[in-house]
Design a protein around this ligand. Sequence first.
Ligand SMILES: [Zn+2]
Length: 350
Amino acid sequence: MSDPGSPPPPDPASSSGARVLSAMSASSLDVARHASFVKRSASDRDTIEYVLTEHLRMSGVYWGLTAMDLMGRLDEMDDLDDIIAWVLRCEHPEGGFGASEGHDRHVLYTLSAVQILALCDEMSRLRRDETANFIASLQLPDGSFQGDEWGEVDTRFTYCALSCLKLIDRLDAVDVPAAARFVAGCKNFDGGFGCVPGGESHAGQIFTCVGALKLAGALETTVDADLLGWWLCERQVKAGGLNGRPEKLPDVCYSWWVLSSLSLCDRLAWIDQDALARFILRCQDPQKGGIADRPDDEPDVYHTFFGLAGLSLMGFPGLKKIDPAYALPVETIRRLGLYSDEPDEPSSSE
Ligand SMILES: [Zn+2]
């Protein structure tokens, strides 16, 4: 392994990844099949998958709807009104949302619910004060956040709390500098982040920490972008896909966790985007539609969304642009008035 203190200069082949991608045919992504896969997973309530995923259904709905919107097909969801009514039925009387009707409220599903309402332009139906109060009640004196009233602390919850509060314009409900200090305390010698201080660096956790720091306005002062960029671009394996930690197999969902972090650190050009896009395309199911974690595995809505999100970050033709900090389409973030800094547009990078 090379010295991590000397990150690779952007190599001309990978820095022009965006150009290679735009030359890649939009038809290599089977949008029509993926859209019917997502629609089927939303409507097919007799399957075992539907029963087994009740504990995270709110997030499943967010992944599915956002995938549809990235493909420009959200209007094909003819039961959107029913979905919004269901989301609102999952709201706790004192604010916050559960994964499904009658479930305990949790910051993970509260963020998913708010993301769904933002995506569908239904924010006026959200009880913002109650939502903000619930999230504020989860912050501990050291700045960290619990996921719910029962106590587990994790930097994932800091990201969910800050993202949710930004989306509803209530960031002042919590102590943002303390939240950023806690995340900074989870930084490791390799430039990455763990779930608590001393926790091992992991790409999923790095996204939540980098995203939280971005939302807190503390990214530049906390992250060593070269050191972290180096760790992140080493996640790319020979097959083109990305893994979450050294020695692990590549998995399509890391296309999002790694790429969004690289994008927020302005180091997207450090990986071979062409090879990654080809890996994601190989994970499409040619019969059923949908995208799997690896080629020839079963597709699911989670990997379908994160595969599309990764392609979107790389400027794949035919997909709407996704925002790397909010994991929502850029046009949604613009509509909310939250779009301050323009990300690198592939066409303007040269
Ligand atoms: Zn995965």
